[in-house]
Design a protein around this ligand. Structure first.
Ligand code: PEP
Ligand code: MN
Length: 337
């Protein structure tokens, strides 16, 4: 931490700050400039008490951290890429992965038909919501455990691992019993107790970015997972709220190089929630692949016009097959398979 003192303070005021810095376990180094004095407090900011309260002292002008607030998710802590093993699939390695399936699991026929089609087109993981976080309480809330059972059946029939959202701490045991990857949704991205409970299941976790979350907050939310003993974390950008209403959200593809440089955890892009429009999904999938994302999360439905949730943004089965074909050169351009 760097503590900048105000000009024209007394020696006594300066000494009081130095004492406080020492009291909190840091080694103070006093740097005297022409106009003002700066105290460099040497010590690990993440394991020592914070010096930030010094800002309330009248003789202090500013207090600046020099270390990043996250540790375990950072590249510094783990220079190589983290590779997450999910059954027969490795996420974060050379192979690019597409997770695809309906926004919500609706019934057996809809899910099996989608699962078979996305597998045939080249998806390696099946997505499907069983517990749905809906904006209105009058909208379809998901099939719950019945949906999880259908997902397990689809996994058995296709061999595809499954990803599904964990909505509440109440459902942890139930969802972890069926899912291969736990999805933490945008609305829960800073529900820290849920993140801790999810981490403790030991299942791989896909952490969506909160719709109003800064990158640092997202990384710190991810830190909760690693700090609770679970190294299998991936980040998922799904668009943030901006002034723009042309798209449902503003998909922030800059997070691909940002997460890649800040963290060793894989980054997955969800252009379905990211744009809210099926006609834009393909272009953003291509962009994400070319920019070096580790994978995609794409909503696919046999008949989007009749979907029980997010109909406007789901690709139909033919559209998804076309996407997978068109993606190939973009995946190759990023040096992936
Ligand atoms: C979803 O994937 O269907 C979903 C609800 O995602 P998000 O949490 O990003 O809105
Ligand atoms: Mn959805």
């Amino acid at each position: 931490m760097i503590v900048v003192l105000k000009p024209n303070i007394t020696k006594r005021q300066e000494n009081a700050v130095i004492k406080e810095v020492e009291k909190l376990g840091y080694k103070p180094r006093v740097l005297r400039g022409v106009a003002r004095t700066v105290i460099a407090a040497i010590g690990d900011e993440r394991t020592h008490a914070s010096l930030e309260t010094l800002i309330a002292w009248p003789q202090v002008e500013s207090v600046m951290p020099v270390q990043k607030r996250y540790k375990l998710v950072s590249r510094e802590a783990h220079p190589g890429n983290t590779i997450i093993e999910v059954r027969n699939v490795s996420i974060g390695g050379r192979k690019f992965h597409v997770m695809a399936g309906p926004c919500s699991v609706e019934n057996e026929k809809q899910l099996m038909q989608t699962a078979q089609a996305v597998k045939a087109a080249g998806a390696s993981i099946l997505r499907g919501g069983a517990f749905k976080p809906r904006t209105s309480p009058y909208e379809f809330q998901g099939l719950g455990e019945k949906g999880l059972k259908l997902l397990a059946k689809a996994r058995q029939e296709t061999g595809l691992p499954i990803i599904t959202e964990l909505l509440s701490e109440q459902h942890v045991d139930c969802v972890a019993e069926y899912a291969d990857i736990l999805q933490i949704g945008t609305r829960n991205a800073q529900n820290f107790q849920l993140l801790i409970a999810a981490a403790r299941t030991g299942k791989p976790i896909l952490l969506k970015r909160g719709m109003s979350m800064k990158v640092e907050e997202w990384l710190l939310a991810g830190e909760y997972v690693l700090a609770n003993g679970n190294p299998n974390l991936m980040f998922c950008e799904r668009g943030i709220r901006t002034f723009e209403t042309y798209t449902r959200n503003t998909l922030d593809l800059a997070t691909i190089p940002i997460i890649k440089s800040e963290s060793h955890c894989p980054i997955i892009i969800d252009p379905s929630q990211g744009t809210g429009r099926a006609d834009l999904v393909v272009a953003l999938c291509k962009g994400a692949a070319a920019m070096g994302a580790d994978g995609l999360l794409v909503e696919v439905h046999p008949n989007p016009a009749e979907a029980w949730s997010d109909g406007a943004q789901q690709l139909n089965l033919e559209g998804f097959a076309r996407l997978m074909k068109e993606l190939t050169p973009f995946i190759a351009a990023a040096g992936r398979e």
